[in-house]
Design a binder for this molecule. Structure first.
Ligand code: SAM
Length: 331
């Protein structure tokens, strides 16, 4: 089987696909208050184009494709895309990242179509606070979405909470209890300086060390380290003894985990982004639409991977970070 190895000997097996840059939430760390998404239908990749790009990546060694956004459940007939991706032979893992606002009515159909795992963003269990952070989100709908996903058998479900000092850092314990009660995993995410909204969010930065202190105090002697090979991702994670849950942190700023990076990102407009914290990208959409043949597009992908940066520079060169808002990149 082919492998996509970058110059730093990292094996790229994971493609994150943003299926839309529209979102029904406006989380203040993700997009500016006045940020407007005016992308037209023709600018974004069609499902056929996404499936073709995924097939080409799979022929090069990618096995996992995450659907993200914007909010992926806003894209019309998302089930048909999930089914198309499930038919790509080498793809064996199709998770989704969602805010769960629209999840309840569609959860079991997503599961049947091929979504095996889900990451659900939830930053507060307090309705008013949730509404403020998301600028108009509906906590009840999100909890209904979470419960429907549990019911559908999508598993594991991971809750993602962006922790912000003075905004929601007092809810770490409550969020752990919420996850344990529902047998879900939970990850606490440090704010990242992506786009202007993300850079502003550094004002609320709450460090991994502080998050871990709180987790340990809440669960004394109950954390069992999960070796990072098992998680194959950027999270530091622990099983919680005597529960069905795990807890962890994702801390791109405090703790550079770029040496284990196994992923690249495809935006809704078809840009291949090689690193979340750098500007390098190429347009696979333009290549496809210019009529380039499959082999030439695969060569283009290989050449792009040969330019995947060694690491993000969140901590050293904030000016080199893509000015795109996170909502356009997909997290
Ligand atoms: N709408 C989907 C969702 O809510 O999960 C998918 C897209 S969203 C951009 C993906 C993830 O990125 C979410 O968990 C969100 O909290 C996270 N995110 C967005 N901006 C961030 C930032 N500046 N720092 C850290 N995480 C961020």
């Amino acid at each position: 089987m082919k492998q996509l190895i970058d110059p730093f000997n990292r094996n790229i097996t994971y493609l994150r696909v943003s299926v839309t840059d529209h979102c029904n939430y406006r989380c203040h760390y993700c997009r500016d208050e006045d940020h407007i998404t005016d992308t037209t239908r023709n600018e974004i990749l069609s499902y056929e184009e996404i499936a073709k790009i995924v097939r080409l990546f799979s022929e090069l060694g990618v096995t996992k494709v995450r659907l993200t956004g914007g909010e992926p459940l806003l894209r019309k007939d998302i089930l048909s895309l999930v089914k198309m991706l499930g038919e790509v032979p080498a793809i064996n893992d199709i998770p989704i990242s969602t805010n769960a606002h629209l999840l309840a009515p569609i959860a079991s159909q997503l599961k049947s179509a091929g979504i095996n795992r889900a990451n659900i963003s939830i930053d507060s269990l307090d309705k008013g606070r949730f509404d403020q952070i998301t600028r108009g989100g509906d906590l009840d709908k999100v909890i209904q979405g979470i419960d429907a996903a549990i019911e559908s058998g999508i598993s594991p479900i991971k809750l993602n909470m962006v922790v912000m000092r003075g905004v929601n850092n007092d809810e770490i314990e409550a969020m752990i209890d919420f996850a344990i009660e529902r047998k879900l995993d939970i990850r606490f995410i440090e704010t990242m300086p992506i786009g202007t909204a993300g850079i502003d969010a550094l004002d609320y930065h709450y460090s991994e060390a502080d998050i871990l202190k709180r987790i340990r105090a809440h669960l004394p002697d109950r954390l069992i380290t999960i070796q990072s090979k098992q998680t194959a991702g950027p999270a530091k994670s622990y099983l919680i003894e005597n529960t069905h849950s795990s807890v962890g942190t994702i801390s791109a700023v405090s703790n550079n985990f770029c040496d284990s990076c196994n992923r690249v990102r495809l935006t809704a407009k078809g840009k291949l982004i090689l690193c979340l914290g750098q500007k390098n990208s190429v347009s696979l959409r333009d290549a496809l639409r210019s009529g380039m043949n499959d082999d030439d597009i695969k060569t283009m992908i290989i050449n792009a991977i040969n330019h995947k940066p060694e690491r993000h520079e969140f901590d050293t060169d904030i000016d080199n970070i893509d000015s795109a808002q996170m909502v356009e990149i997909g997290g």
